[in-house]
Write a protein that binds this ligand. Sequence first.
Ligand code: NAP
Length: 245
Amino acid sequence: MLDRVALVTGASRGIGRAIALHLAAAGHPVAVNYRSRSDAADEVVATISAGGGRATAVAADVGDADAVTEMVDEIGETLGSISILVNNAGITDDDLLLRMKPGAWDRVIQTNLSSAYLCSRAVLRGMLKARWGRIINITSVSGLSGNPGQANYAAAKAGLVGLTKSVAKEVGSRGITANAVAPGFIETDMTDQLGEAVRESALPAIAVGRFGTPEEVASAVGYLASEAAGYVTGQVLVVDGGLAF
Ligand code: NAP
C-alpha cells in the first residue's frame, strides 16, 4: 500500500528533508514538520508536489506536548491518520559536562528524546487501530559510543535506543515495528558547524573515506518504512560508512 501517510519531524532541512523526499517518491503522502524555517519547509513541499506527490508543511516544536497533539490532529484532517512516523528532529548544544548548563541539557533531551516519546504516543492509537505502523527514530553513533562534549546529545540518542526497543516489544504483535537508524558523519547544517579541522580529523576513522549524504540515510529509513521490513523490529541500523569507534 503506497498511500500510507508519513510524518517526518524536522523535515525542512538536512536528513529529514531527504527522508521526506524519499518517502514521497515511494508514494506516501508526507507531513513535513519544522520548527521555525517555514520557507525551507515550503520548498520541500513544493519539490514533492512538483514530482507529483502529496505533502503539507506543519509547524510545531516537537518537544512541546500540546504542539505535538495539535500537529497530529491537523495532519489527521489534511492527509489522514499517520502510518509512518520518523522522529528525526534534533539539535546539538555541545559543551564539556563540567561546563554544561542545565538549559543546554534540558533543551537537547527535550528536542531529541522527549519529542520521540510525545510523537510516538500521539500516533500510536491510529496505528493500533489500523494494525499497521512504522516508527523510525533517528539516533546517532554518539548515542552508541559516547562523544566528548556531547554528554547531553549522546544521552538523548542512547535513550532513543531504549525507547525504540521498548516500543518494539509493546506493539510488535499489532503489526507495528519500531527501529532506529544511527547515522555517522553526514553532510548537513549540523556537521557544517564542526569546522574544517574537526572534519579533516574525522576522515581517517571512516572506512569509506568520506562523510555520508542525507540521501544515504533516507534510503535506510525507506527500507525500514517499507512492507518488506515487516519482520525487522527493535533494531539499530548504523549508517556511518564504517566509522571506527
Ligand atoms: P539539521 O540539518 O540541523 O536539521 C534539523 C532539523 O530539525 C530542521 O528541519 C529543524 O527545523 C528541525 N528541528 C530542530 N528542532 C526542532 C524542534 N524542536 N521541533 C521541530 N523541528 C525541529 O540536522 P540534521 O543533520 O539533518 O540531523 C537530523 C537528525 O539526524 C537529528 O536527529 C540529528 O541528531 C541526527 N544525526 C545527524 C548526523 C549528522 O551528521 N548530520 C549524525 C547523526 C545523527 P528548522 O529548519 O525549522 O529549524
